[in-house]
Design a protein around this ligand. Structure first.
Ligand code: UDP
Length: 321
């Protein structure tokens, strides 16, 4: 069985669905602070908290866990600057708790949700895995620290891991059974769709004076099903006794904030009111990843290259919530 820690959240729930569709047995472990119980439509659900080591031990005693995927993390970059302790306790200490029990139980496979935020301000685009890692927020630093700890653990113990550095996760299950639902929502695409539905007055564009072709920030949006596929490939890679590795997961194409809004207007058929405001602190102008390493080593080929397809799946889901 595969343990999906944080499997009631956005990315974890999509991975859980795909694992089950491919015949894996899963146990979702989530404290539901940010996750949604009704996203756990597949596998077994165990409510528990990584802050309580006996909750973790309990789940490993109860099920024959072979490998672990770890999605549980706080992800608000701005909040991590204002309250770093909240982030280090949850994203760093609680991950150490999980790893401690994994070592006690002799679990060998670990797939870790890392982030392009571990790179900090990019020196060159596209960003490869060899790009220097200089994270600027406590969120990015905590993820980076876990990556380094994993490298040490994997050298010292019989534990192999894959760290997956996501670019901007986007889109939803095309069957709209699950999707993106954050409280509060801060991400561009769901906010644009809220504006399209009239739930918000407008979408704010954070900065129009960036050194990009239209002055707005460029990001690499990668569909959540492509991410799910990469996780399953990473798990198989570990099960095939390969060594620990780190991979970027992006689609290699950048889209500006204005391009995302224009595409959303086409997909939804609605006019989306825009308000241009100041830059958001800490946003680099361009973040685009190279995923050639994952393509080559994991044989991973993202299917959702076209931004309108990504937004279409997000829209189908968004109309249901
Ligand atoms: N963004 C924006 N308005 C919003 C939310 C986001 O202009 O209301 C921009 C943000 O500055 C960034 C891009 O959209 O350039 C993606 O932001 P998001 O928060 O979705 O993801 P992040 O890149 O921070 O992980």
């Amino acid at each position: 069985m595969i343990l999906i820690v944080g499997g009631a959240g956005y990315i974890g729930s999509h991975v859980n669905k795909q694992l089950n569709l491919q015949g894996y047995e899963t146990v979702v472990f989530d404290n539901l602070n940010y996750g949604h119980e009704d996203f756990v439509k597949w596998g077994i659900f165990e409510r528990g908290d990584l802050g309580k080591i006996d909750d973790i031990r309990g789940v490993f005693k109860k099920y024959p866990i072979e490998g672990v995927m770890h999605f549980a993390a706080f992800t608000y970059v701005g909040e991590s600057v204002e309250d770093p302790q909240k982030y280090y306790l949850n994203n760093l200490r609680n991950t150490l708790n999980l790893l401690q029990v994994m070592l006690e139980e002799d679990i060998k496979y670990f797939v870790f949700s890392s982030t392009c935020a571990t790179y900090g301000n990019p020196k060159e685009i596209p960003i490869t895995e060899n790009h220097p890692q200089n994270p600027i927020s406590p969120y990015g630093k905590g993820k980076y620290m876990v990556e380094q700890i994993l490298a040490d653990y994997s050298k010292a113990y019989d534990l192999n891991y894959v760290s997956l550095r996501y670019f901007n996760a986007a889109g939803a299950d095309p069957e709209a059974e699950i999707g993106e639902l954050h409280q509060p929502e801060t991400h561009l695409i769901p906010l644009i769709l809220d504006a399209a539905m009239g739930r918000r007055e407008n979408i704010q564009i954070f900065g129009t004076d960036y050194p990009t072709h239209d002055g707005t920030c460029i990001r690499d949006y990668i569909h959540v099903l492509d991410l799910a596929d990469a996780h399953i490939k990473a798990l198989k890679y570990l099960q095939n006794k390969n060594r620990s590795e780190v991979f970027n997961l992006g689609n290699g194409h950048g889209f500006s904030v204005r391009e995302v809004i224009e595409t959303a207007e086409k997909v939804t058929g609605k006019k989306i009111p825009v308000k241009e405001v100041e830059r958001r602190h800490g946003d680099p102008p361009v973040l685009v990843g190279s995923s050639q390493k994952a393509e080559k080593i994991l044989d991973w080929h993202p299917q959702y290259q076209d931004l309108s397809l990504i937004i279409e799946t997000a829209w189908r889901w968004h109309k249901r919530i």
